[in-house]
Design a binder for this molecule. Structure first.
Ligand code: OGA
Ligand code: MN
Length: 302
């Protein structure tokens, strides 16, 4: 009797970034050489779309841990008030029924419809996020991704040099949302930080603009001017040619590089369809030396 062996395959989905990874089960311990292939593909393609994964929270956490420490979420509406390693993106309440649109958790999650990089308001910003489908709507509810690395590469050299000298202030609170429900003063203060406007991937030296909704001022500029420039840079990075829109299928899990991509949720009929995705967030290291600690693979990667 022969057994059908699947092979890990990496296929590019967009001219500039994003690859689909098939032929591997991530819910069981993954061989080190496959982890190395995944890590190399992640650094190169910035977004990995894994298909046909049957993650539960435990297996999702276990797989995510291969890439570093996981961020710990404080109890807030975005994770159903559960502190821990899982953030829940959903329009459902704990009972599995759809929440009314004016529910605080629903209002809070509207923030995700602005382009952002996860946890950029933390002193050590996130390296990666892994969002795995639990329930997906048949239409709408795509997650869009933009390559801030590809956008940066297209800037003229003088502009790059100018931007590299600047620093942005990132805040957890959203400037266009008048109410900042869910965060006390202490959390707001703790989550106001500065980061250089360009972020480097230490593995391959590739640079990217580090912007998005949390980046709200430029230290070296008057607040309004800085804000205007940040808005322009986010708009520049999210032009159609730099964007990939992910339509969720059952079994999908998407891992994105928060150092060089922005993402946002898109609307769907929240009164008609259910949507539930669970996210783990892999913390960065200070400075960006993530994976200095990853043991060398036993086999050369392709
Ligand atoms: C996230 C996020 C967008 C979405 O999980 O960090 O922003 O489409 N999600 O749910
Ligand atoms: Mn996010």
């Amino acid at each position: 009797m022969t057994t059908l062996k699947t092979r890990l395959t990496v296929k590019r989905l967009h001219p500039l970034f994003v690859a689909e990874v098939t032929g591997i089960d991530l819910t069981v311990p993954v061989p080190r050489e496959d982890l190395r292939t995944i890590w190399d593909a992640f650094n190169e393609h910035q977004i990995l779309v894994f298909r046909d994964q049957a993650f539960d929270d435990d297996s999702q956490i276990a797989f995510s841990r291969n890439f570093g420490e996981l961020e710990m979420m404080v109890a807030h509406p975005g994770n159903d008030w559960n502190p821990g390693h899982i953030s829940i993106m959903t329009n459902l309440g704990k009972d599995g029924n759809m929440l009314p649109l004016d529910h605080p958790a629903m209002e809070h999650r509207l923030r995700n419809e602005a382009w952002h990089s996860d946890s950029s308001f933390k002193p050590v910003a996130a390296l990666a996020s892994l969002l795995a489908a639990r329930i997906v709507p048949p239409v709408g509810g795509n997650t869009e991704f933009a390559s801030a690395r590809a956008a940066y590469a297209d800037l003229p050299a003088e502009r790059k040099a100018e931007l590299e000298r600047l620093t942005a202030v990132h805040r957890i609170t959203h400037p266009d949302m008048d109410e900042d429900k869910g965060y006390d003063d202490e959390a707001k203060k703790r989550h106001t930080v500065t980061h250089p406007l360009t972020r480097v991937n230490p593995v391959n030296g590739r640079k990217a603009l580090y912007v998005g909704a949390h980046a709200q001022e430029i230290v070296e500029m008057p607040p309004k001017e800085g804000r205007r420039m940040l808005d322009e840079l986010t708009a520049f990075c999210t032009q159609p040619q730099y964007v990939y829109s992910h339509h969720w299928r059952d079994g999908d899990a998407v891992m994105w590089d928060n150092r060089c991509t922005l993402h946002r949720a898109t609307p769907f009929d929240k009164t008609r369809y259910k949507r539930k995705l669970h996210r783990t967030t892999i913390a960065g290291k200070a400075p960006d030396s993530a994976f200095a600690s990853m043991p060398e693979p036993r086999m050369a990667s392709v």
